[in-house]
Design a protein around this ligand. Structure first.
Ligand SMILES: [Zn+2]
Length: 903
């Protein structure tokens, strides 16, 4: 039979797509227990993940690569354990992000969305979605994601739109949704409300303006006030002082005059006022500041809004009407200066709120919006984590979660956008009442009038993605999928969207389905560059996962991300690590080539029962330990550590040690070769299974070859040749109980390893050429039998001369002119003459010494001359340190030469 050979190198380019299509065509991504198919068993508990839906028009970045790799690992592991698994894929319509893309495209044509109108704009956005929406899901496939693509969903598709309406109407009917004026964050650039979470604060240089609030009816008297935003003076409705501040106590209850506008407003007392800041008095602008808004609520103050949607001053701003907020700031201040109302200006560091999307300064504004009364939902969500129904990994994020939900404010859910779920509320022009409905109504539900108009706003994107775990399974209908797969099992995502998304899914899940949406939340960290900096286009340090996959293969990228991560911690990614892991894929391949070709050269069947060598037993015991450890680590979500241990086992124990010994055993032929071949086949098989969730492509490809080689050669490593049809569905290696013999064998082999390492170190130290075999005497009273048994392996691994290797129980006299090493209970003697070629060694040492001497002379001249005085002290010190090192090295070389002399 011809030898079974694999291609020389692993060609990921031709492999990945082929393997992915093959998995997909064979239906391996679909759940093995499907409630929509015959033979369904409802008693089997499934393992379900809903993918964090990426932005439909987005492009793959490392954040996606991270969650796809991690979730695919979890899914593949459970699939191999025989659990019915479902991974639901999909995309999010991502209101603002997508709308901005289309608006940008329009702008290039010189148009605005208002010009083309809502209907045309939406047609264009859907067209945009059709054109670009598939890109991100193709890229996710490229990462090896074993999602059930037949269940792919989109947050704006029909089913999910029904779910959104149902959720809105239910909350409304329960009195948990209301419409009203409230201070919200307004993005003047995007012309929409943005959530607190979408505002980023940056420290920027600014000015603190001091000015006079004149006391009404007391000419010349004033309260000094400071502000960083003078234009808001136009909206002031009070000046507040601390009740215990003696300076201003007399003024409490009096009125002061708003500069330029000359409105009279009261002086009030409130403990919120910081007596140390500015002049100790606070102007109160409830229409444009959240803290002032709270003061206004306490004191029942008037609330004046002075800006329009574009942040221009409105009619309340008197002479400044129509001016931009920053323009009005300058003009008002100038007019106040002329009127003698200004005091001074100071430089001041501001904490500026900027829109995460648009980048412009966010303006707190009073606006009529839709809100969810969030406290009842938040209480339920807190309870679900407190009582342990939902577990957050790592646990420290539980505190963050509590803190956020305990201090949560009502959720503003309306957005002044066109792309999204339009709010299902119709206003009647006849009776002025609202109709809130699951279906588009033809008439007002109150008066029956036909003059109704739908609210122009859409819902916050997170309103629909908050329903994701159940809306994707068919809710509000009680579908077979919803019944069987809900609640889902694992919610895996970045810790940065714990509040945006995870908390909202928990609140919505509990509210609408009465059940937790998932029982575990696993949070991974963010990916930074190798120096620990955030990746950003500004720094130019962004790593594009697509380029990495093209250059080094998907498995290398996945393995790097998975092994580098620990729950909840950020990781630093360098291309060097990816490169090292590409080498690991190549190592796997090379070992695979060796194993398959060894299988085809081994004898076809054994003559007798196996007689395992120490190395055979050792690798088997190590393998079992690994299987145990990986299982334990997986149960504790320590996937990265599990990956590292598999890597170390494969490269170290298996490739570097066992395979080297296996080569000798294979050369012995007959039963020894047969059982050795079956051992390397089994170890490779189990290693590939353990590695499959990390590096699915190379393992599947290699495993196919392994199976083929074993079958072709009748090597029955499985009873009756019972091979599964693919690695992706092959059973996960189950931990076994130790049988008792393992400890002794592990210790014995570890002694062999120690001896080999000691000899290798000495060889390296003495510069013995690789391949040069040297004599040795091994002495051990207790372990003589073990050593004698392993003499061939010892000789091969430590490159000893088999003919001149003596193993004995004890020596009466120590051999002369030998170097002695002590390794545990074993003494190793290596003859110096064998260890080094005297002539060659002397030549090498003398050459090295000559080189060092010339360096010493050069530096002594340098440091003795003008350099030492003229050069900076640090530079001189560096040269001096170099010289010191050379002197020490020279001494060592001399003593080595002396030793050579005396031997
Ligand atoms: Zn009506």
């Amino acid at each position: 039979m011809p030898e079974y050979t694999l291609p020389k190198t692993y060609d990921f380019e031709s492999t990945e797509q082929r393997i992915y299509d093959w998995w997909s065509e064979n239906g391996y991504f679909r759940p093995i227990n499907d409630p929509n198919l015959p033979g369904f068993d409802p008693s089997r508990k499934p393992y379900v993940i809903s993918i964090p839906p990426p932005n439909v028009t987005g492009e793959l970045h490392l954040g996606h690569a991270m969650f796809v790799s991690m979730e695919d690992l979890m899914i593949r592991y459970h699939r191999m354990k025989g659990v019915p698994t479902l991974w639901v894929p999909g995309t999010d319509h991502a209101g603002i992000a997508t709308q901005l893309q289309v608006e940008k495209a329009l702008a290039r044509e010189g148009k605005t969305r208002e010009q083309i109108g809502r209907e045309e704009f939406l047609t264009r956005t859907w067209a945009w979605k059709e054109k670009y929406g598939g890109i991100i899901t193709q890229q996710i496939r490229r990462l090896g994601a074993s999602c059930d693509w037949q269940r792919e969903r989109f947050t704006l598709d029909d089913g999910l739109s029904v779910a959104v309406r149902e959720a809105f109407v239910r909350l409304y009917e329960k009195g948990l949704i209301y419409r009203g004026p409230r201070l919200i964050n307004w993005s003047p650039g995007l012309r929409t409300a943005v959530s607190d979470l979408e505002v980023e604060y940056s420290e920027e240089p600014g000015t603190l303006y001091f000015f006079k609030y004149l006391i009404a009816g007391s000419p010349g008297e004033y309260i000094p006030v400071a502000t960083t935003r003078p234009e808001t003076i136009l909206g002031d409705t009070a000046v507040a002082v601390h009740p215990e501040d003696r300076r201003y106590q007399a003024y409490i209850g009096q009125n002061v005059i708003v500069p330029i506008l000359e409105r009279e407003i009261p002086v009030i007392a409130d403990e919120y006022v910081d007596r140390e800041f500015g002049g100790g008095a606070l102007k109160v602008t409830p229409g444009h500041d959240p803290n002032d808004y709270a003061i206004a609520q306490r004191h029942n103050l008037q609330i004046i809004s002075i800006l329009d949607e574009a942040a221009r001053v409105n009619a309340n701003g008197g002479p400044y009407e129509g001016q931009d907020r920053f323009e009005a700031r300058e003009n008002l201040w100038e007019d106040m200066r002329t009127a003698g109302l200004t005091i001074k200006e100071e430089s001041y560091t501001l904490n500026v709120p900027r829109s995460q999307r648009g980048g412009e300064i966010v303006e707190p504004m009073i606006s009529t919006q839709w809100f969810v009364d969030i406290q009842p939902l938040a209480d339920a969500a807190l309870e679900a984590v407190r009582d342990g129904r939902i577990k957050i990994v790592p646990e420290r994020f539980t505190k963050v979660y509590y803190n956020w939900l305990e201090n949560i404010e009502d959720w503003c859910i309306s957005r002044q956008l066109w792309w999204g779920h339009r709010i299902p509320v119709w206003y009647c022009t006849d009776c002025a009442k609202m109709t809130v409905s699951r279906d588009d109504p033809a008439a007002c539900s109150h008066c029956g009038g036909k003059n109704i108009e739908q609210d122009p706003d859409v819902l916050d994107t997170w309103f629909s993605s908050g329903l994701w775990p159940f809306s994707t399974l068919g809710w509000p209908e009680d579908t077979p999928d919803f019944q069987y797969f809900y609640p889902t099992t694992m919610m895996e995502t970045g810790y940065d969207i714990l509040f945006f998304w995870v908390a909202r899914m928990i609140m919505s899940g509990l509210e609408f389905t009465g059940e937790i949406p998932f029982d575990t939340v696993y949070l991974h960290g963010l990916i930074r560059d190798e120096g620990g900096r955030k990746m950003s286009k500004t720094y130019g340090n962004v790593i594009d996962p697509l380029t990495v996959m093209e250059e080094m293969g998907t498995d290398a990228l996945r393995f790097t991300l998975l092994v580098g991560s620990t729950p909840g911690n950020d990781m630093n990614l360098s291309l060097k690590k990816v490169e090292a892991n590409r080498n690991f894929a190549n190592k796997l391949w090379n070992v695979g080539r060796f194993v398959t070709s060894s299988i085809s050269r081994a004898p076809a069947s054994p003559q007798a029962e196996p007689d395992w060598t120490l190395a055979d037993s050792w690798i088997w015991a190590r393998m079992q330990n690994l299987v145990n450890d990986v299982e334990r680590l997986f149960q504790n979500y320590q996937y990265g550590e599990a990956g590292r241990q598999i890597y170390d086992f494969f490269w170290g124990d298996f490739a570097d040690w066992y395979i080297e010994i296996a080569k000798l055993q294979l050369d012995e032929g007959s039963d020894r070769a047969y059982y050795t071949a079956s051992t390397i086949a089994k170890v490779l098989d189990i290693s590939l299974r353990l590695l499959h969730p990390f590096t699915p492509f190379v393992t599947e490809e290699l495993w196919g070859h392994l199976q083929h080689a074993c079958k072709e050669h009748d090597l029955n490593i499985y009873p009756a040749g019972n091979w599964p049809s693919a690695l992706i569905i092959a059973p996960w290696p189950e931990p076994r109980r130790p049988e008792g013999w393992e400890g002794g064998r592990l210790a014995d082999f570890s002694l062999i390893q120690d001896i080999v390492r000691a000899i290798r170190n000495l060889r390296a130290e003495k510069g013995v050429k690789p391949g040069h075999r040297i004599p040795a005497i091994l002495v051990s009273e207790g372990k003589g039998a073990v050593l004698s048994n392993q003499y061939k392996a010892l000789a091969a691994l430590a490159q000893l001369d088999v003919e001149q290797l003596s193993i004995t129980d004890h020596l009466t006299t120590k051999p002369e002119r030998h170097i002695g090493l002590v390794v545990g209970p074993v003494e190793v003697y290596l003859p110096l003459t064998g260890l080094v070629d005297q002539v060659e060694e002397r030549a090498r040492l003398e050459k090295d010494l000559a080189e060092i001497k010339s360096q010493i002379e050069r530096l002594e001249t340098l440091l003795g001359g003008a350099f030492a005085e003229k050069a900076p002290p640090a530079v001189v010190r560096k040269e001096q340190e170099k010289l010191d090192t050379y002197i020490v090295t020279a001494e060592k070389l001399r003593s080595q030469l002396d030793a050579l002399e005396s031997s």
